[in-house]
Design a protein. Structure first.
Length: 94
């Protein structure tokens, strides 16, 4: 079985992760539909077809609803919910 991981942030930590585990890490933002399409294509090109998808990306913007801005709320929903949709559509388009 071949395993790959995605990340959106720290390049140094991703490199350390790959060195420690041997698991390839690919960088993109799962909240971005097009980035998911392009990133998944890179994974398939490098490693072959994807058989299993584990959606595990998530962010939080701590604060009560009274203090949480619309933009912060949208970032959470776009990543935590939209990211699942975006990745599922990229991996299993049909």
């Amino acid at each position: 079985m071949t395993v790959a991981a995605t990340y959106a942030g720290n390049d140094d930590r991703a490199r350390e992760f790959t060195e420690r585990t041997g698991i390839a890490a690919f960088k993109w933002d799962v909240a971005d539909y097009d980035a998911c399409q392009e990133g998944t294509a890179k994974v398939v090109e490098a490693l072959g077809p994807v058989d299993v998808l584990v959606n595990n990306a998530g962010i939080t913007r701590d604060g009560t609803i009274m203090k949480l801005s619309y933009q912060a709320w949208k970032e959470v929903i776009d990543t935590n919910l939209g990211g699942c949709f975006n990745m599922a559509k990229a991996v299993f388009p049909g």
